[in-house]
Design a protein around this ligand. Structure first.
Ligand SMILES: C[S@@+](CC[C@H](N)C(=O)[O-])C[C@H]1O[C@@H](n2cnc3c(N)ncnc32)[C@H](O)[C@@H]1O
Length: 260
């Protein structure tokens, strides 16, 4: 009897341990199919500049205009400051930029602040009024779908009424209905950060491959294996990486593809 009780308690403890450490256990066994690269492999602007035999610093191309959003601001769906700096730096060398998913417009604003004076940013987002038409597909992750709804709350943005607004075109449209033929091979930089459900990530990515200029870069946000809301992003990128050379940038949730 005692032995049965001991085994039962042991079993209960194992189950409890699994549920408390589910994420860590999954990450331990997770083997990424995407090659991890250092930032300086993405573009030579990220190579260090030698200042002295024991001191290296940033090149002038990666000195950017920046701002931070304070924690008490309650803005949802943002990039980290490091990711924002990477996107700002790449914006400096991009004349035509497209963003899937505007949200508060934080990244859009950084793109406008840092792109060349004649640069143009097109950003596509759902209007809070259009959410009724958004349906969950059977393969779509529940948490991603819920986030999509919670992040579609803005129709004014951080750049609204600033002088940078004239560089930005906001398109209020479901990306599933975007006619990519209007933008073939047009963009130097495309940032995919719209809906994180499988159907939307797949749609946005397939359209981006067609909209990208030769030598242009696509960046995906939220490649975080083990994170529930990023599950579909990870699954899609892993799948497409069998056909396209996609890399994961170290210490970020960004993946990138360059059209050679
Ligand atoms: C994670 S937020 C974007 C964050 C933003 N890129 C930033 O860096 O601050 C996701 C955005 O994607 C938009 N979105 C989600 N699904 C979409 C769809 N099917 N078509 C267009 N926009 C979509 C949401 O309305 C929301 O604005």
């Amino acid at each position: 009897m005692n032995t049965i009780l001991i085994f039962f308690l042991l079993f209960l403890n194992l189950i409890l341990f699994y549920f408390l450490n589910k994420k860590k256990i999954k990450n331990f066994f997770y083997k990424s199919q995407i090659q991890l690269v250092e930032l300086d492999q993405v573009d030579e602007i990220f190579l260090n500049n030698k200042i002295d035999h024991n001191l290296y610093g940033p090149k002038k191309e990666v000195i950017v205009k920046n701002f931070c959003i304070q924690g008490n601001n309650n803005i949802v769906g943002m990039t980290s400051d490091y990711e924002a700096w990477i996107i700002s730096s790449l914006s400096k060398i991009s004349n035509n930029i497209f963003e899937f998913g505007t949200c508060s417009g934080k990244t859009t604003y950084l793109m406008a602040l840092n792109s060349p004076d004649k640069g143009k940013i097109t950003t596509l987002t759902l209007s809070p009024k259009d959410l009724k038409g958004i349906k969950k597909n059977k393969f779509d992750n529940k948490v991603s779908y819920r986030n999509l709804i919670n992040e579609s709350i803005y129709d004014k943005f951080l750049f609204s009424k600033t002088k940078y607004e004239s560089k930005i075109e906001v398109i209020f449209q479901n990306s599933l209905n975007l006619n990519e033929k209007l933008f073939l091979k047009k963009f130097d930089l495309i940032f995919i950060d719209g809906g994180h459900t499988y159907s939307i990530v797949k749609n946005d990515s397939e359209k981006s491959f067609k909209m990208l200029k030769s030598n242009g870069i696509i960046l995906w946000h939220d490649f975080v294996p083990g994170k529930e809301s990023a599950k579909n992003v990870v699954r899609y990128i892993n799948t497409i990486s069998k056909e396209k050379k996609i890399f994961h940038i170290n210490n970020t949730s960004l993946c990138y593809y360059r059209k050679r």
